[in-house]
Design a protein around this ligand. Structure first.
Ligand code: SF4
Length: 73
C-alpha cells in the first residue's frame, strides 16, 4: 500500500521553514524558498506527523490525503 499523498502548494508556501523544523526528514526548504516534500522509504510513513505538520503550516500550503483518519485539511 502506498503512503499518503502529500502536496506543497508553491503558490501558498512562504518559506517559513516550519515543516522542515518539525519533520526534517520529510520536508526541505529549497534554495528557491519553497518547501518540497521528500517521501520516506516504503513503510516509514508517520501519518500523525504529516497531519501535524500540515496543520502547523502558517499558510495552509500542505495538504495530506490518504491517511487512516482521512484528509488532514
Ligand atoms: S511550513 Fe508551510 S509555508 Fe512554511 S516552508 Fe513549509 S510549506 Fe512553506
Amino acid at each position: 500500500m502506498s503512503g499518503p499523498a502529500v502536496r506543497v502548494d508553491r503558490t501558498l508556501c512562504c518559506g517559513s521553514g516550519s515543516c522542515e523544523v518539525m519533520a526534517p526528514g520529510l520536508f526541505r526548504v529549497g534554495d528557491d524558498g519553497f518547501a518540497v516534500f521528500r517521501p520516506p522509504a516504503a513503510g516509514a510513513w508517520d501519518a500523525q506527523l504529516l497531519e501535524d505538520v500540515a496543520r502547523c503550516c502558517p499558510t495552509g500550503a500542505i495538504t495530506v490525503h490518504g491517511t487512516d483518519e482521512g484528509s488532514a485539511r
